[in-house]
Write a protein that binds this ligand. Structure first.
Ligand code: NDP
Ligand code: 13P
Length: 332
């Protein structure tokens, strides 16, 4: 029996814990908040972050004790809001078993450093690259919590380790593919959130499918160019973690990023949209990091730049859309 520990009992962390439990693993959730720990451990319920699931599986428990959480773990899954991953993981640095594999569900770029989560996790835990995996795909948590069929991609430079993690999270409703392209998965997952903010904003402002499709395809071109410059395999962007996640996230009010954008499009301020957000909208802090990465790699990032002007300067949706294009006629 494999012992899997999930750090962070948010909506996706808890849902993924359920997937792992359904796959037959012993699952331990670690959370800071005592209310969440007690809820999962004593009542098999996470009423704070995943109230839609009435009863979590029996082979899923929780603790607030860091050492106890990871002591016997074969696999550790990190599901903490990206901007807090470094500070949270520092506390685990000397506790992680020397043979454990560590996988990240997070989709964001650290704003203060411009680093991807693979960089943040390996650096903070002093973990060799071959023991780190990124997990990314079209994975809206509520639908997977309802056990609707879905798939994801597990990326690790060591394909055998990717396969081990993929096997640990495979169930009759959840399928995991593997890749070596960790950078591609990280860039897809992080950058599509910025695109979802823009699509949500356009939809919230009342625009239709043509506008959404325009933003999505221009966004895909932008994230492919930036990802390739960062070292990703461009093929990854056409797969589940790229186009797949873009379709799911940009088309669903279940996405926190889409909904955040939609609220901006309806006229809410960034502060107001943050207040009503049902969980972390990673695209918000990631937007500026994408702009900075674009400058670092010499890649144009008109979409992220326009969204940055929305978030920092409060420009309108129409202004944001007009900033996406040059004055002249350009080749697609
Ligand atoms: N929800 C989804 O559908 C999907 C989410 N993701 C990604 O997974 C990651 C987690 O998302 P999700 O679980 O949905 O997010 P939630 O907003 O539901 O939860 C965020 C998690 O981060 C934790 N956290 C925040 N700050 C700290 C801190 N300082 N120390 C420790 N823990 C902290 C929260 O703990 P606490 O509850 O105690 O505040 C909570 O467990 C994100 O990067 C997201 O982009 C990826 C695919 C799908
Ligand atoms: O990444 C997701 C779906 O794959 C979830 O998106 P949100 O974080 O916007 O809810």
């Amino acid at each position: 029996m494999t012992n899997v520990t999930v750090l962070g009992a948010g909506a996706w962390g808890t849902t993924f814990g359920q997937v792992l439990a359904d796959a037959g693993n012993n699952v331990t959730m670690w959370a800071i908040e005592p209310e969440i720990v007690e809820g999962i451990r004593d009542h098999h319920h996470n009423g704070v972050r995943l109230p839609s699931v009435a009863v979590l599986p029996n082979n899923m428990t929780a603790t607030g004790d860091r050492a106890e959480a990871v002591r016997d773990a074969d696999i550790i899954i990190v599901a903490i809001a990206a901007q807090f991953a470094r500070v949270a993981l520092q506390e685990f640095k000397d506790l992680i078993p020397k043979t454990a594999l560590v996988a990240s569900l997070m989709k964001g770029i650290e704003r203060s450093t411009g680093k991807r989560m693979d960089e943040v996790v390996t650096e903070t835990l002093d973990l060799p690259a071959e023991r780190f995996a990124a997990i990314s795909g079209p994975n809206l948590s509520k639908q997977i919590a309802d056990r609707e069929p879905a798939a994801t991609v597990v990326g690790c430079t060591d394909l055998d380790n990717a396969r081990t993690i993929a096997a640990a999270c495979s169930t009759d409703y959840f399928r995991a593919f593997v890749t070596r392209d960790v950078i591609g998965l990280e860039m897809c997952g992080s950058l599509k959130n910025v695109v979802a903010l823009a699509v949500g904003m356009a939809r919230g402002a009342g625009y239709g499918e043509n506008t959404a499709a325009m933003i999505e395809t221009r966004g895909l071109a932008e994230l492919t160019a930036l990802g390739a410059a960062a070292g990703a395999d461009p093929k990854t962007f056409a797969g589940l973690a790229g186009v797949g996640d873009m379709i799911a996230t940009c088309g669903s009010p279940l996405s926190r990023n889409y909904t955040f954008g939609s609220n901006l499009g309806k006229g809410l301020s960034v502060e107001e949209a943050t207040k009503v957000s049902n969980g972390v909208a990673e695209g918000v802090p990631t937007t500026d990091a994408v702009v900075a990465l674009g400058k670092q790699y010499g890649v144009a990032t008109p979409l992220a730049t326009a969204m940055s002007h929305v978030l920092s300067d409060g420009i309108s949706c129409a202004q944001m859309l007009s900033e996406l294009f040059d004055e002249g006629i350009s080749e697609e």
